[in-house]
Every structure is written in structure tokens, then in C-alpha cells.
Design a protein around this ligand. Structure first.
Ligand code: ISL
Ligand code: CA
Length: 531
């Protein structure tokens, strides 16, 4: 691989607009707020911003329930603000990709409102049936809700009815929406739950602990057909790319979506590495087992054509709390994870706040949570007679609100002057951008250094990946390009470990001030190995 596409040669930064920066002090992050922080992102080394949804929405699922695909939510600003963001970002050499949520709309979308009438031409935009099947929703409970005399399908909340991609008109609408945004100069889309958009049949599914019905809509041929059409009729006309959010895919299924000759998507977010600390589903977390995690990452590195490498997003707990130690080894482990994130083969994605080591929320009461999924699981747990302390523990470990607390800009928060929509983390006192930028030893400055190294480095950008050693704590891999070689050595535990073999070479970067003959707690280093 010699010439990289722009999206292969980029650092992507995900912004969750509600939580990033509030410019008008209503407690909700907004687009002018993002604009005010573009210089910060530029300095960090960001090339592409992925914006979680900013479209008009009743906010049942914080914007993943869209009421109007061509309008900006008033909380976030206006279309003029959005145009301005695209422009201001461009001035700084930063491109923007948007979230494309097409598996479902909001139940307040005019199409859905129309579709409630059985005679409407919009009826067939959704799945309306006389009787529900046995499918269950991603947010637990039945995937069907009754409205008047019929039921409609929703794989997510009942305010997120699924669109019917058997109807060619739906596909036309989607094309039109994509053209609308691409013409404005955005550089592509992150495609929400894209591998479940096409339902083969609405037959009952085989009973599963979670997601009964999955086999009827996961990675279907119909989905591949839709993606090929969107690629050919839309994406190919712009300098733009797509990254699919693809739940429950194997490496084989990932390749079937992204191999260049397939002409579908450009890369996908896999979930397998995010599922290595759970039993069955994310609410039942096990202790973090580095070995399983590293093996999974390694397999994706070796088998998938081009990876979208991420450790966090707006649905996942904070990585330093989950895979590191956010107390004793906060700095060390956050930096070690940065090394992992930024030295793998593929496009690195950084989630807002990850670069300063923001941690999980550690809320103590259900009233502090905002996320619909958290509230539903809490209520379901109650029905199942799970004790309260246990339900709170489930949320503490896995709630999506862990990632959604306001960005910590200063000691006092710096996100808003009024009450933020979701409680800020009191650790903003010492985990914040302002202090981090002044401390040469901070996580933030480590990210900056590492990003700078990566930007000018063909080994990291183009080199092959081989794992050399994986144990219960240690991950050693090499990146090789044109006869040159890096070894990346990570201790993913707090235990002090012996090197499994000697490594000679020059230290390029590490999270400790010097090299020792053992691997210290959460030590991570990259060594250029002599020829
Ligand atoms: O976090 C999850 C639920 O436990 C995931 O399964 C998540 O729902 C799944 O990855 C799909 O996520 C995407 O689509 C959802 C939206 O709520 C998420 O925020 C989005 O990332 C529905 O649009
Ligand atoms: Ca605001």
C-alpha cells in the first residue's frame, strides 16, 4: 500500500455536541461552542471531526432519533452556524463527517406521522404489521409498539421506528439527504448501526438472551445492495468516505463491507474488543482481561483490510477507567492506552476528553443519569428483582452517560456558566484541558507528541502489523515498513513485569521518563529497532 487515501492518513476526533462546549450558557453544548474550540483541535493534530448528530430531534436518544435530516437542532444552533463550522474547520485544514442515522427516524418525523394512516403513501416507509413478531430491541423489551390498530418495528426505542429499505423510495430519500450534506462540503459519514438496516423477513427469530430476531436482519445481502447503491450513486461523486458502525460483526463480515473491490463502506467500527470484558451483554461486566482484549485487537489488525481504531465513543465507558487504572496510575495508563490507540494499523479515532484522560462518572443515584438506555435497564433490573446496589453498579460500569459528561476545559468545568444538562465530573478539578496544556508531562501533551510522530511516519501509517508477544499483562507488536521497524511494548497491568525478551533499539516515545530493565506499571513504549 503506497498511496494512502486522506481518511487513511488522518486522525479523527469524535465530538458529542451536547457535551463539548456551550457557547450561550443554556447548559447544552452547541455548534458555536465547537467553532470556538477548533484551534484547540488543530493544535492537538486533528484532521477530521466526526460530529454525533446535530439534526433536529426530540432527543429521545440524544439526536439519534431524527425529526428533520436537513435542519439543525435549535439547541445546537442554526444551519448558518453549521455552514460556518464547515468553513472555519476547512480554514484550519480540518474536515467534518456527520452521523448518518438511517436505520430509523424519530417517531416525530413527518414520514412516520403520515405513515400512521394505512392509506398513506408513507405507510410503506416503515414496518407496520397487524401482529408483532418475537424480536427484541437493542434497548431491551419487545421491538414492536402498538399504535392505533397496528404495530410498528423499532430495533431501538419506540421513538425510533425502523425505516423499510425494501421500499425504493426510502433509499431515494437517503440519497437525497446524503447529497444535501456532501454538497455543503462535509467529508463523509459515520453510518449508524448500518449493518442492521435491511430486514430479510419479519419471521420470528430463534430465542436469544439478547436481540432475538438478529439472524433476520444482521449483515444481510439486502444491506450490501443498499450500500453498493449509496456508494455508486452518492459517495463516488465526492471526495468523501464512510465509516460504518457495525454491531456484532466478525472480521470476515467487516471485510465484506469494506474491501475496496466490494465498493460499499471504507471502514467499520468493530465491537469485538469492546466485548471482551463482558458476559453476554455489556451490563454483566467481568474483570478486564488484557489477554483476551489484546488477542482480539491483534486478530482484527491481521484480518481486517483497514481498521477504525478506537477505545472510546459516546456509547462506551471511559477507557482509562475500563482498561487502565483511573486512580493510582491515571496518567501512566491513559498514556499507555494512547500508545495503543495511535500505533496500530488503521485510522485512529479519539473521543472527546480521552486526550486528557477523562474518567467514568461514578454517579451514586439513578437521578443523576440521563440516558434512556440506563433508565430502562435500571427499571428492568428492578422488575427482575436485582437489588438496588447491583443495578447502580451495572450503570456505574456500563452506562453510556460515563462518556457523556461535559468536556472538562478548566478546573471549574469551563463547559458552561449555567447548569450543564448532565452533571460534570468533580475530577475536573485536576483533569482538565487548561492544566493539561501547561503540564509538559500531561496526557494531553503525550497525545500531541504521539500524533506529531505518527503524522510524519510511514512505519506507523503504512507499516504491517505483527504481534510478537501476548500474555496476561503484556502486549508486544511490531510495525514494519520498508525495512524499518518499531516495536511497541505495553504493560496493561499494574504489576511490574520482566521483558519476555530483550529489545535493542532507540526509544522513540514512552510514558515513563526513562527506560528500565523491567516493565513498570502500565508502562508503554515504542522502540525503533535497528536494522
Ligand atoms: O451501547 C449500546 C447499547 O448497549 C450499543 O449496542 C448501541 O446501541 C449500538 O452500538 C448502536 O449505537 C448507535 O445507534 C443507537 C444510538 O443510541 C447510539 O448512540 C449509536 O451509537 C441508535 O441510533
Ligand atoms: Ca448552548
Amino acid at each position: 500500500m503506497s498511496n494512502l487515501k486522506f481518511w487513511q492518513d488522518a486522525i479523527v476526533y469524535q465530538i458529542y455536541p451536547r457535551s463539548f462546549m456551550d457557547s450561550n450558557n443554556d447548559g447544552i453544548g452547541d455548534i458555536p461552542g465547537i467553532i470556538s474550540k477548533l484551534d484547540y483541535l488543530k493544535e492537538l493534530g486533528v484532521d477530521i471531526i466526526w460530529l454525533s448528530p446535530v439534526y433536529d430531534s426530540p432527543n429521545d436518544d440524544n439526536g439519534y432519533d431524527i425529526r428533520d435530516y436537513k435542519a439543525i437542532h435549535k439547541d445546537f444552533g442554526t444551519m448558518e452556524d453549521m455552514d460556518n463550522l464547515i468553513l472555519e474547520a476547512k480554514k484550519r485544514g480540518i474536515r467534518i463527517i456527520m452521523d448518518l442515522v438511517i436505520n430509523h427516524t424519530s417517531d416525530e418525523h413527518p414520514w412516520f406521522i403520515e405513515s400512521k394512516n394505512p392509506d398513506s403513501p408513507y405507510r410503506n416507509y416503515y414496518y407496520w404489521r397487524d401482529k408483532p413478531n418475537n424480536w427484541t430491541s437493542f434497548f431491551s423489551g419487545s421491538a414492536w409498539t402498538k399504535e392505533n390498530d397496528a404495530y410498528y418495528l423499532h430495533l431501538f426505542s419506540k421513538k425510533q421506528p425502523d425505516l423499510n429499505f425494501h421500499n425504493p423510495k426510502v433509499l431515494d430519500e437517503v440519497k437525497d439527504i446524503m447529497h444535501f450534506w456532501l454538497k455543503k462540503g462535509i467529508a463523509g459519514f459515520r453510518c449508524d448501526v448500518i449493518n442492521v438496516i435491511f430486514k430479510n423477513t419479519l419471521d420470528d427469530g430463534k430465542k436469544r438472551l439478547v436481540l432475538t430476531g438478529l439472524e433476520h436482519y444482521h449483515s444481510t445481502e439486502g444491506c450490501h445492495r443498499v450500500l453498493k447503491t449509496l456508494r455508486k450513486e452518492v459517495m463516488d461523486h465526492y471526495e468523501a468516505f464512510t465509516v460504518g458502525e457495525t454491531v456484532l460483526v466478525t472480521t470476515k463480515q467487516a471485510n465484506e463491507l469494506i474491501l475496496p473491490e466490494r465498493e460499499e463502506l471504507d471502514m467499520v467500527f468493530g465491537f469485538e474488543h469492546m466485548e471482551t470484558d463482558q458476559i453476554n451483554n455489556k451490563w454483566f461486566k467481568t474483570k478486564f482481561k488484557p489477554k483476551k482484549f489484546m488477542r482480539t485487537i491483534s486478530r482484527w489488525q491481521k484480518e481486517v483490510y483497514w481498521n477504525a481504531n478506537y477505545l472510546e465513543n459516546h456509547d462506551q465507558p471511559r477507557s482509562v477507567s475500563r482498561f487502565g487504572d483511573d486512580k493510582m496510575y491515571h496518567k501512566e495508563s491513559a498514556k499507555m492506552l494512547a500508545l495503543l490507540n495511535l500505533t496500530l494499523k488503521g485510522t485512529p479515532y479519539i473521543y472527546e476528553g480521552q486526550e486528557i484522560g477523562m474518567t467514568n462518572a461514578y454517579f451514586k443515584s439513578i437521578d443523576e443519569y440521563e440516558d434512556l438506555e440506563s433508565k430502562r435497564i435500571y427499571a428492568l433490573g428492578k422488575k427482575l428483582l436485582f437489588p438496588k446496589w447491583y443495578r447502580l453498579k451495572m450503570l456505574r460500569n456500563a452506562s453510556r452517560d460515563n462518556a457523556r459528561q461535559p468536556m472538562q476545559w478548566t478546573k471549574t468545568g469551563g463547559f458552561t456558566l449555567s447548569t450543564p444538562w448532565l452533571k460534570e465530573n468533580p475530577n475536573k478539578q485536576y483533569i482538565n484541558v487548561f492544566d493539561s496544556s501547561k503540564d509538559p508531562d500531561s496526557i494531553l501533551n503525550f497525545y500531541k507528541k504521539l500524533i506529531k510522530i505518527r503524522k510524519n511516519d510511514d512505519i506507523l501509517k503504512k507499516g504491517s502489523f505483527n504481534d510478537l508477544y501476548i500474555s496476561n499483562a503484556i502486549f508486544i507488536y511490531e510495525r514494519v515498513y520498508d525495512g524499518e521497524r518499531y516495536m511497541i511494548v505495553l504493560n496493561m497491568s499494574k504489576k511490574i513485569k520482566r521483558y519476555p525478551f530483550e529489545i535493542y533499539g532507540d526509544l522513540v516515545i514512552s510514558n515513563y521518563p526513562d527506560r528500565a530493565n523491567v516493565l513498570r506499571s502500565y508502562e508503554g513504549l515504542m522502540i525503533k529497532v535497528s536494522k
